[in-house]
Design a protein around this ligand. Structure first.
Ligand code: ZN
Length: 98
């Protein structure tokens, strides 16, 4: 990834979710998460879904999730099946009381 030239400030001022990827922030009980949808055409590697511990094969559309509070560490990104990610928020450790 060539990121050496920092002459053009417009290169860095790219807003989150602008253009190429469908990306949004989700607020959960354990913090804010950036969720990026990876279309099937962009999925070129095999990942392991932390939700079900099964593989996400190349060519399978899925989501990439990382903490919105600690951005910058690519290693913290997790690839999830979309269903597993939404199930996680639903079955998360949220004590429902008022
Ligand atoms: Zn899964």
């Amino acid at each position: 990834m060539p990121r050496r030239h920092r002459k053009d400030p417009s290169q860095d001022a790219r807003p989150l979710g602008g253009g190429l990827f469908d990306q949004r922030v989700e607020s959960a009980s354990d913090g804010d998460w950036i969720v990026r949808r990876i279309p099937a055409a962009q999925a070129t590697k095999t990942y392991r879904c932390p939700g079900c511990d099964h593989e996400i094969r190349p060519g399978v559309a899925h989501v990439v999730v990382w903490s919105a509070e600690e951005h910058g560490t690519v290693e913290d990104r997790r690839h999830w099946h979309p269903a597993c990610w939404s199930a996680r928020s639903r079955r998360g450790p949220t004590p429902k009381r008022r």
